[in-house]
Design a protein around this ligand. Structure first.
Ligand code: SF4
Length: 285
């Protein structure tokens, strides 16, 4: 894959860049429709590299076999990234870099000769991380990287990601439904409902003092180790509406227990409720 989008998120503003104009044209309205601000759109690959200082890379982590070509060995899979970005000019350097990457993620270099089906889910995730690191990216998009793993392997992968972040100063755009994982790994959190940003801010602030009713309901569903805390789970009424035909006004109003008449008419803007903490709710204070 030669053209790849880079999406950086900061303070409710998206910096969207890609050398593919068609991709930008498709993505920009989606981001704008989500209520976010799109600040810069660049189209040159050179400009992408100037932002990140590294070749652009979109990296999706996937524990499923479809995330990797079952006919390619792990060495070939990782080496493909090096080839596309011309990062290994000789066969010896290519092999050395593949071995180095496998070692970094805790796998044995001899694993390079194996095929994806010979690995467990956790090991495949490590291969995905090695493939991501091949281009020395400054941003790794982790799309549900631990959702298919059991708890102990989840912890290993999260620890590996955090170690790599400390050692390599890499940023993660971490997409997940597991709120405990999000709380643990994130510095900033963005909550989306029906494709729109409803809240974003520092992880601690969003978790401890959520401003949007949907965020409050989400975090109330996290199981508590100590039932004596008396935390009450909020059950949202009704079903999630279709994103193809979202409700008018605030898209959350059919399920919101504090909705007012204006919520059915007027879509709430994403507002800064407290420093660097944003919410899209008329009543957020
Ligand atoms: S804008 Fe109204 S309906 Fe939407 S979350 Fe806030 S109170 Fe609920």
């Amino acid at each position: 894959m030669r053209f790849i989008p880079v999406l950086l998120y900061t303070n409710a503003t998206f910096l969207l860049a890609s050398p593919d104009p068609a991709l930008l044209a498709a993505l920009e309205p989606l981001l704008l429709a989500s209520g976010a601000r799109v600040e810069i759109v660049l189209t040159a690959e050179a400009a992408l590299t100037s932002i990140t200082g590294h070749p652009p890379a979109l990296v999706l982590l996937d524990t499923n076999l479809p995330g990797m070509d079952p006919r390619m060995t792990i060495g070939q899979t990782i080496g493909e990234s090096l080839d596309i970005h011309r990062l290994a000019p000789t066969v010896a350097l290519r092999q050395a870099r593949i071995s180095e990457l496998l070692t970094i993620v805790g796998l044995d270099p001899v694993h390079a000769r194996r095929y994806p089906h010979e690995f467990s889910g956790g090991q495949r995730q490590r291969v995905g991380i090695a493939r991501a690191l091949a281009v020395s990216p400054k941003l790794i998009v982790c799309d549900e990287p631990v959702s298919a793993l059991d708890a102990s392997v989840q912890a290993q992968i999260i620890n590996l990601l955090q170690d790599l972040q400390r050692e390599r100063a890499v940023a993660y755009l971490f997409v997940a439904h597991d709120l405990a994982v999000i709380e643990h790994i994130s510095r900033r959190v963005m909550v989306m409902y029906l494709g729109k940003v409803v809240e974003c801010g520092d992880a601690k602030a969003v978790v401890q003092t959520p401003k949007h009713p949907y965020t409050t309901a989400l975090f109330s569903a996290v199981p508590q180790i100590n039932p004596a805390t008396g935390a009450r789970r909020i059950i949202l009424p009704g079903e999630m509406p279709s994103p193809l035909d979202p409700p008018k006004g605030c898209p959350f109003h059919p399920r919101c227990s504090i909705a007012e008449p204006r919520c059915r008419i007027e879509p709430p803007a994403l507002r800064e409720i407290s420093p660097a903490h944003f919410a899209a709710c008329h009543l957020a204070r």
